[in-house]
Write a protein that binds this ligand. Structure first.
Ligand code: NDP
Length: 286
């Protein structure tokens, strides 16, 4: 087992925690609001001080909730938001970014991502993102749901190499990126931000948490199967994960999973139960 550093260093010197906080579907129900805000604030306190949101989430409601959660602690948080592909150039990009900043109650984002690839030429998105950096509205930019050919195209564009991260789906039940994308990104010093690291909720996750190997390893660590999933997702040096948790209890469990180190033998057992594909598969997305 290799001890993992609890931080990821970006080429520009910024430090990212290995575990952050997802916020999709937060801010949707008034009854959950106070607990969701408390969960985010506790997460930041416990060192999961990266919050991921998007203009898409609840059409701004997630960003508004995050804005409330970071009141008074903005500077302790690495704030990430995303732009819709159809807004990702020119005046539309500036408008989207400014609207996100307003909802978040801040004057800058630490990272702004293109949510997924649309029809706007990448050159225009890069140009717009670089202009946002120059104006101080964002500190850096990146992409999401980009497969290897998309990344290769991006890096051929002037300024494209400023891409700070690629946020993609990654969990024990979806290991496609390990075949090509993950090594390619590591080679280019672009960290992976793993989304849905707990495989969301539902039958796919059940197949993971009810798996015998996962359960045995969990028992050995006095941990839950979900904590094993989370620890697994950040076992590589260049991967951080952003689980979404709407309660303080869940946040505490997730933060504790960040301290859990799986042995190489346990990693072999998990490889055996959930093999990595040995061929190139298209990038999984939600
Ligand atoms: P996750 O894999 O993070 O799973 C979230 C679910 O797990 C919620 O139902 C949550 O419940 C539950 N959960 C969290 N912690 C625990 C725990 N300790 N015990 C039991 N249940 C737990 O799914 P997401 O899809 O939300 O992914 C995480 C984040 O990634 C998103 O919120 C979003 O920020 C980002 N994302 C980005 C995408 C993109 O295209 N770029 C696509 C999808 C996600 P509860 O809320 O009750 O705690």
């Amino acid at each position: 087992s290799k001890p993992v550093s609890d931080k990821i260093l970006l080429p520009d010197g910024a430090m990212l925690p290995r575990l952050g906080l997802g916020t999709w579907f937060m801010g949707e129900h008034a009854a959950n609001r106070a607990e969701e805000i408390a969960a985010l604030r506790l997460g930041v306190e416990l060192g999961m001080n990266l919050i991921d949101t998007a203009e898409m989430y609840g059409e701004g409601r997630s960003e508004e909730l995050v804005g409330e959660a970071v009141k008074g602690i903005r500077d302790d948080v690495f704030l990430v938001s995303k732009v819709y592909p159809h807004n990702a150039a020119g005046a539309g990009l500036i408008r989207s970014c400014e609207a996100s900043l307003k909802r978040l109650g801040t004057d800058h984002l630490d990272l702004y991502l293109l949510h997924w690839r649309g029809t706007i030429p990448l050159e225009e998105t890069v140009e717009g993102m670089e202009a946002l950096v120059a104006s101080g509205k964002i500190a850096r930019w990146g992409v999401s749901n980009f497969d290897t050919p998309d990344m290769q195209e991006l890096l051929r564009i002037p300024g494209g190499n400023h891409c700070a991260v690629n946020q993609v789906l990654y969990h024990l039940g979806s290991r496609g990126i390990e075949h090509e994308l993950l090594p390619w990104l590591s080679g280019h010093k672009i960290p992976v931000m793993a989304y849905s690291p707990l495989a969301q909720a539902g039958t796919l996750r059940k197949g993971l948490t009810e798996n015998e190997t996962v359960q045995r390893i969990a028992r050995g660590h006095g941990a839950t199967p979900l904590q094993i999933l989370l620890a697994w997702s950040i076992r590589e040096a260049d991967v951080l994960a952003i689980p979404k948790a709407g309660t303080r209890q869940h946040v505490e469990e997730n933060a504790a999973a960040g301290k859990l180190v799986l042995t190489s033998d346990e990693l072999w057992q998990l490889d055996d139960a959930f093999p990595q594909p040995s061929w190139k598969v298209p990038l999984d997305m939600i």
